[in-house]
Design a protein around this ligand. Structure first.
Ligand SMILES: [Zn+2]
Length: 135
């Protein structure tokens, strides 16, 4: 669908803040001329059903980013591609931060490295205790 000034109207997409899955929305947005029409326009961020599941079971997604300071817009997060899924009880032990409402937290490389070490320790003791990091 074209607007009178030659731009294209396209469906916006919501993007999962954890796994980056796109979900088409009913909202029509202006796709400016000159922008590759294949580029999806992100209307909003959400947590998809698949990512909500561990949250409903008491886990938090810890998404690895390289940013030193949190950017104003989530799209400016420089993701490392690593996501740890950590139990809320471990989260409470490790971080002084409040439990995130949507079950998603961003962390820098140091925190992610620490979580990986904990996961490796947990693997060595598999079966002996409750799992606090599921991946
Ligand atoms: Zn997701």
């Amino acid at each position: 669908m074209k607007t009178s000034d030659g731009n294209t109207l396209v469906h916006g997409h919501n993007q999962c803040v954890v796994c980056m899955t796109l979900e088409k929305t009913d909202e029509l947005l202006v796709h400016p001329k000159g922008v590759d029409p294949k580029v999806k326009i992100i209307a909003d961020w959400f947590v998809c059903d698949a990512c909500k599941q561990p949250v409903s079971q008491g886990f938090i997604h810890v998404v690895g980013v390289r940013n030193e300071e949190p950017p104003e817009n989530i799209k400016d997060m420089d993701r490392t591609g690593e996501v740890a899924v950590v139990s809320m009880s471990l989260f409470a032990d490790l971080f002084s931060a409040d439990m995130p409402d949507n079950g998603v937290m961003f962390c820098g490389p140091d925190v992610m490295a620490g979580l990986k070490k904990l996961r490796d320790v947990q693997k060595e003791h598999a079966g002996q205790e409750e799992k606090h990091i599921i991946h």
